[in-house]
Design a protein around this ligand. Structure first.
Ligand code: SAH
Ligand code: SF4
Length: 429
């Protein structure tokens, strides 16, 4: 999501004739887009700011700005704590950037952190940075008001709002015309996507169908869906279109009913497993990935075992696994105790990681012998003689180059694997 936001910022500044550079030694302004989801994300930014002081001694005119969630969370306080920061801009105030850059040279320090109920940057065509020219993100909604007890997002990104579907479809069409072959629709809870107008209501399943119809050669993915809102309607639309990728990211957070309640996730393990069964029913080839938090407030050994059990039952293809980090202003910070000792959190996280590593390897071993259509994304990091791409299930497959090019589709049979990668051979003749 931050990446998509940086592309919007790039567009806003390019329009005012600012040039974007990847060479930090050439920059007059350094804009750092930040995340506030866990404390270590913020600590990394603070370290980076200290490192940038050396550069600022050489190039004294360089101004540093902090964008995004950390700016929103700390507001003015961040500039008081970090003396080399000249401006801070929250996620709904990026349009103010050109005006701000014009003013900070008088030594003024500026902060714009007002959140909005309507800003979706729908009219802005993002500047694609670091792009492979094949896969791109489209932000379809902003904000979140689910208020999971551990999560800072509702406080840093404001209320949920959806973007006009026509602007989303147009962006997908333009990307396709430029040669892109895959779009990922982004939102904190894409299933809540809802656009109401005189022409009726467009929900997420309808939006997916609209984007899928741009071209059968354009793959469509999405992230993230909240288990409480994962509807059969969406699964049916996914089954109907071959170009909607068969991969669902469904963050579970915990396998314990008590923890899920305390986290305010608004589903039970039974509900979650029912949704997994629905995915397997409608989309038998679908891969499933998740997010999980180890060591949330009051988590017992029994709760932790319930999480491991959930992993054994679902057999995720991939998981983002985190140690709980208490965040200011959240329900947890106000009402609960961060009482699981750090070494216990670490041990539980390591147990989840080890189990998931075994499951991912076993899942991948079952892929050997299967054939997949792969969208080629680029040259393998290991060898110029090999290409890599992904199948619909979002698994990376590496194979010999032959005469193929990134951006093409090809069929590949899996011959070997690791827990992270499939290795195969092209079967197209
Ligand atoms: N909107 C998405 C996730 C957004 S944040 C969803 O609801 O699934 C991405 C992930 O970060 C979350 O799924 C959660 O696993 C993790 N996370 C959020 N807050 C956290 C915290 N305080 N400590 C540790 N992990 C956290
Ligand atoms: Fe955070 Fe929950 Fe919203 Fe996801 S759904 S962004 S975890 S509050």
């Amino acid at each position: 999501m931050n990446f998509a936001d940086s592309e919007i910022v790039g567009a806003i500044l390019s329009k005012e004739h600012y040039l974007i550079t990847k060479e930090i030694d050439q920059a007059d302004y350094i804009l750092i887009n930040t995340c506030a989801i866990r404390d270590n994300a913020e600590q990394r930014i603070r370290k980076r700011l200290r490192e940038l002081k050396a550069l600022q001694r050489q190039r004294q005119w360089v101004k540093i700005g902090i964008l995004g969630c950390m700016a929103e969370r700390l507001k003015q306080q961040l500039m008081e704590e970090e003396d080399n920061v000249s401006f801070i801009v929250g996620p709904d105030a990026y349009r103010k950037l050109p005006e701000m850059l014009a003013h900070i040279h008088d030594g003024e320090k500026l902060a714009e952190t007002l959140l909005s109920d309507s800003e979706t940057y729908a009219d802005i065509e993002p500047v694609r940075y670091d792009t492979n020219g094949i896969t791109a993100y489209i932000s379809i909604m902003r904000g979140c008001q689910n208020y999971c007890a551990y999560c800072v997002v509702p406080y840093t990104r404001g209320r949920e709002r959806s973007r006009d579907p026509q602007t989303i479809v147009n962006e997908a069409k333009e990307l396709f015309a430029k040669g892109y072959r895959e779009v990922t629709l982004l939102g904190q809870n894409v299933n809540s996507y809802k656009w109401v107008s005189g022409d009726g209501t467009v929900g997420f399943p309808q939006l997916m169908a609209l984007v899928a119809e741009v071209s059968p050669l354009l793959r469509v993915r999405f992230a993230t869906s909240h288990p409480k809102d994962l509807s059969d309607d969406l699964l049916k639309v996914m089954a109907k279109y071959d170009n909607i990728c068969k991969c669902i990211h469904l963050p579970v957070q915990s396998g314990s009913e008590r923890m899920l309640k305390l986290m305010n996730r608004r589903y039970t393990p039974e509900w979650y497993l029912d949704r997994i069964a629905a995915i397997r029913h409608y989309l038998p080839t679908c891969s499933i990935t998740t997010d999980v938090i180890a060591g949330f407030c009051t988590e017992t050994e029994e709760d932790h075992q319930a999480t491991l059990e959930m992993f054994r039952k679902v057999r995720y293809d991939y998981a983002y696994m985190f140690k709980f980090s208490m965040r200011p202003n959240t329900y947890a910070e106000k009402h609960l105790n961060d009482d699981v000792p750090d070494d216990v959190k670490t041990r539980r996280l390591e147990e989840i990681i080890a189990l998931q590593g075994d499951i991912a390897l076993e899942n991948n071993q079952k892929e050997i012998g299967k054939e997949y259509e792969v969208l080629i994304e680029g040259v393998s990091h290991r060898s110029d003689a090999q290409l890599f791409g992904r199948n619909s299930q979002n698994k990376v497959i590496v194979f010999d180059r032959g005469g193929l090019q990134p951006g093409q589709y090809t069929n590949v049979r899996v011959t070997r694997c690791t827990s992270a990668t499939l290795i195969g051979e092209v079967t197209d003749k």
